[in-house]
Design a protein around this ligand. Structure first.
Ligand code: NAP
Length: 278
């Protein structure tokens, strides 16, 4: 039996696609190690992280509800993760805990894989101002996009826009901003396990360009279905999940001095198979 070297700490953890993705990637690389999801409530996050130091583990991914709270337990947090205010990957090096955020870069890689090679100068509208919007907004801005944020609760859009130096969009300006967007990204939870709801009012879509939904259950959300029917190019949310995972695994392997790069297509196939079963 292979030793477990990397974990997911989440609450709930049981529906996660990450074990299937990571174990498929490790197997394809011929590396004798396993990734395991652990049910970790906020109360025991500190002890779960402390336990990583001496357990021989490479590290852990963090998911809901731990990404923002974990920072206080870590010895080092990289600049991007600190600016985003969230850590999704912990790497153990010489018993010290290093925090990173691979969500933003994972999102950018998913755009590239879909054929959107550069966002520099692009008019981008983000829907949502929650945890996921932070990483996505940060990465888009760092890549030179002109990013505006709309959120159901306007005050949260204003707050996040101020933190990341983006523009906040009010309800009154939503229609014109949507129509002019060259890339529209849904980071709200609307559409999650719901094939009939879209974060946009009926009939409102960008005039041209790309629409991305980071929700991946279902893979084709109503927003993506509407966008495809209108002739817009679409990007699903599984790409972001796969690439943030591949980037995390790269970091763990790199810290261990293990050669090999995770194959994102192997990870996507494993996630798709698990989604079919979920
Ligand atoms: P979060 O921090 O709880 O934020 C939720 C966001 O959705 C907020 O902006 C909230 O607006 C908005 N929202 C919720 N219900 C809404 C409704 N009925 N109408 C309009 N807006 C609504 O969650 P999160 O961590 O950012 O995650 C958001 C979504 O992204 C989830 O569905 C998650 O599955 C997905 N996600 C995907 C990936 C990936 O790798 N593909 C990674 C992370 C997250 P208010 O501020 O007004 O409440």
């Amino acid at each position: 039996m292979s030793a477990t070297r990397a974990y997911l700490f989440a609450h709930p953890a049981k529906h996660s696609l990450s074990p299937a993705m990571h174990n498929a990637a490790l197997h394809a690389l011929g590396i004798d190690a396993r990734y395991e999801a652990r049910e970790v409530s906020p109360k025991i996050l500190g002890s779960a992280l402390e336990g990583l130091r001496t357990s021989g583990a490479w590290g852990a991914n963090l998911s809901i509800p731990h990404k923002e709270h974990a920072l206080e337990w870590l010895d080092h947090v990289d600049d991007a993760a600190r600016a985003i205010g969230a850590v999704n990957t912990v790497v153990v090096r010489d018993a010290a805990l290093h925090g990173f955020n691979t969500d933003g870069l994972g999102f950018m890689r998913s755009l590239e894989q879909a054929g959107l090679m550069s966002v520099a100068g692009l008019e981008v509208l983000l829907l949502g101002a929650g945890g996921a919007a932070r990483g996505v907004g940060y990465a888009l801005r760092a890549a030179g996009a002109r990013v505006a944020i709309w959120n159901r609760t306007y005050a949260r859009a204003v707050q996040l826009a101020a933190e990341l130096e983006l523009e906040a969009v009010s309800d009154a300006n939503l229609q014109s901003k949507v129509r002019a967007a060259q890339l529209l990204v849904n980071t709200t939870a609307v559409g999650l396990e719901d094939t009939r709801s879209s974060p946009l009012p009926d009939g409102l879509l960008p005039d041209d360009g790309w629409v991305c939904d980071i929700v991946y259950r279902p893979l084709e959300t109503k927003l993506l279905r509407d966008a495809a029917q209108a002739g817009l190019q679409t990007i699903d949310g599984l790409g972001m999940l796969v690439h943030q995972g591949a980037l995390a695994l790269e970091k763990w392997l790199g810290a261990q001095g293990i050669a090999g790069k995770p194959d994102a297509s192997v990870m996507r196939a494993a996630a798709l198979e698990r989604l079919g079963k979920a």
